[in-house]
Design a protein around this ligand. Structure first.
Ligand code: ARG
Length: 584
């Protein structure tokens, strides 16, 4: 069996050759698109533009094209002209069966998907919080969206390097060092170091506001640190190590594993070379003591400077990010760099990328692909940025705890007889899954309103609904005494026939299309919508067609559809970072 995973790619190249064979001169672009973005059918609309430009009849062009398609393709697809000259391709039942049979486990799905990014290496910069602070709700989107992007790209064949670009070299350290010397509560430090650092930071800022002498001391602390004073550096290291330990606890909990933690401080000895290069290439100029880059071709950045070195000679966010770009291309040999932050950093990254392109071109470095993946704000039910009752940001750890607690109450209400350990395990998957899925299922560009009731509902496009769909299919196999991975149960399957079987099979084939769409746009909500619709098609099929019937070929094909729905749902949810359950 050799049916390809990406039918769209296969169709596309067949159409190109057909255009040639039919004698259509070059300039014919088939422009294949899915008939529905998440569906297994396709539509080519190239005949239209081609005919229009040459005053030909588009339907005739379409006919010529169809006539030149290779016969094996015609066997697989029903081909029809629609409207003014679209060509519609509908996969035939036997071909649907073939696709569903071929892609029979995670390795085969992955092998098929790998054509998309094979041989490409991406550095993904996500999470990347500032140290010496606890993470709050606002930090979750970068972690969750970034992790899904990493999993998706790597499933689709890319080599992915996960890099946490910690903000570990900022001005916050002057305050913290000052606070550490004057206001430290040792017991509190041992209890919860980050909590204590935040308190120290606040105490130091308050002291600095009230007393200019304190402010001067804090400034000197920062200077000492940047000049490499051993005591200041030791303290800074301690703060960062404690931060890292507490960050790692949350990353582990979210099943996020970084390859590197190359924060801003890692680049501090690499910025001088950047100043030299940018000056030598004429990109950067001195302006009021600072080193800046302007972009004359840009409406705003022609006059709004990109400050790459501050007037006091210190490096800043731009300097370390430029050094980061070079390092990722030179050291990691990245073909692509993806940075995940909220939209407030749009200007910074636009200026960074404009500068990098010119600088790399001038210095003969390869140009990577660069994508700034941005996201909106999480809102409370009052429509404002989500906060605790007292108005503080919600700590990420507290949010995750609450998610698990609420899920535990829910599971206990639904299945009071399960042993507590199992209810806790289910609550962990459902609670954390709900928080993740709520974030990923929204178009990341928009703000979204966070509501516990909505994200923990078993109805609608939610994690509980999808996790339940998975466990339900598993229970079908359990009750039948069968293993979904066992090919014997599905041997002898005949092509889908009923409307429910056909719709479900087409949806399954659409997995390839949706992976392509999700990764090219780096928008996980496409995959979420697809999985939600797949679960819906499964329910409709299961309600209409009895699976365990006497007629062996019918039973085999229905079991096959059950097994593949399970496979795609489980793999899809895992790509989004959710842990699936065998029973709920
Ligand atoms: N530390 C930054 C923040 O908390 C995000 C860093 C993103 N990555 C980068 N290379 N600038 O907003």
């Amino acid at each position: 069996m050799s049916v390809s995973f990406h039918l769209a790619a296969e169709l596309d190249s067949a159409l190109q050759s057909a255009a040639q064979a039919a004698g259509l001169e070059s300039g014919f672009a088939p422009e294949l698109r899915p008939a529905d973005p998440r569906h297994g059918d396709f539509q080519a609309n190239g005949a239209l533009g081609y005919a229009k430009a040459r005053r030909l009849n588009p339907r005739q062009v379409a006919e010529q094209l169809i006539g030149a398609l290779p016969p094996p393709l015609r066997e697989r697809f029903d081909v029809a002209i629609a409207g003014p000259g679209f060509v519609n391709f509908t996969l035939r039942p036997a071909a649907l069966l073939e696709w569903v049979q071929t892609h029979d486990n995670a390795q085969h799905l992955k092998a098929g998907a790998a054509a998309l990014y094979h041989g490409r290496r991406y550095v993904v910069d996500y999470g990347s919080p500032n140290t010496a602070k606890q993470m709050h709700v606002g930090h979750i989107r970068s972690i969750i969206i970034g992790e899904a992007i990493c999993r998706l790209l790597s499933f689709c064949g890319a080599e992915v390097i996960r890099d946490n670009h910690l903000g570990d070299w900022g001005t916050q350290f002057g305050m913290i060092l000052h606070g550490y010397r004057h206001f430290l509560d040792q017991a509190a430090l041992e209890r919860d170091p980050l909590e204590e650092f935040e308190r120290l930071y606040k105490a130091a800022s308050a002291a600095c506001k009230a007393d200019p002498a304190a402010l001067e001391q804090a400034r000197l602390e920062l200077v000492r640190l940047q000049q490499g004073d051993p005591a200041a550096v030791a303290l800074w290291q301690q703060v960062n190590q404690l931060s890292l330990d507490s960050l790692n606890a949350i990353y582990r909990r979210l099943d996020v594993h970084y390859d590197h933690f190359l924060g801003e401080s890692f680049y501090r000895d690499k910025v001088d070379a950047i100043y030299r290069e940018l000056t030598a290439t004429g990109l950067a100029v001195e302006s009021q003591g600072a080193l800046v880059v302007f972009h004359p071709e840009h409406p705003r950045f022609a006059t709004q400077p990109f400050i790459v070195r501050k007037s006091d000679g210190a490096s800043n966010y731009a300097s370390t990010d430029l050094a980061t770009m070079a390092y990722r291309v030179e050291h990691f040999r990245a073909d692509g760099v993806i940075v995940v932050t909220d939209t407030r950093q749009n200007d910074h990254f636009e200026q960074l990328w404009l500068t990098t392109r010119k600088w790399f071109a001038a210095t003969g470095r390869p140009q990577p692909e660069f994508q700034h993946v941005t996201f909106g704000t999480i809102l409370g039910e009052d429509g404002k940025a989500i906060k605790t009752r007292s108005g503080d940001p919600i700590k990420l750890q507290d949010l995750l705890n609450e998610a698990e607690e609420r899920a535990f109450a829910l599971v206990t209400e639904k299945s009071p007889d399960l042993p507590e350990a199992e209810r806790r395990d289910i609550a962990n998957a459902v609670g954390l899954g709900a928080v993740r899925y709520a974030d990923l299922s929204q178009n990341r560009s928009s703000d979204y309103v966070f509501s516990w009731e909505k994200i923990l509902s078993f109805e609608g496009n939610t994690a509980p609904y999808l996790l339940y769909a998975v466990s339900r299919i598993r229970s079908i196999f359990r009750k039948a005494g069968l293993d979904p991975a066992d090919a014997a149960a599905t041997a002898g399957a005949t092509p889908p026939e009923t409307p429910g079987e056909l719709a479900l099979a087409r949806k399954l084939v659409g997995f390839a299309t949706v992976l392509n769409l999700t990764t090219t746009q780096l928008r996980p909500h496409f995959l979420c919508t697809y999985l939600f619709e797949l679960a819906g098609e499964f329910s409709a099929f299961y309600a209409a067609d009895k699976v365990i019937v006497d007629e062996a070929p019918v039973r085999a094909r229905r079991l096959l559809l059950c097994a593949r729905s399970l496979l795609v749902l489980e793999n899809g949810l895992q790509l989004l970072g959710l842990r699936t359950l065998a029973r709920m």
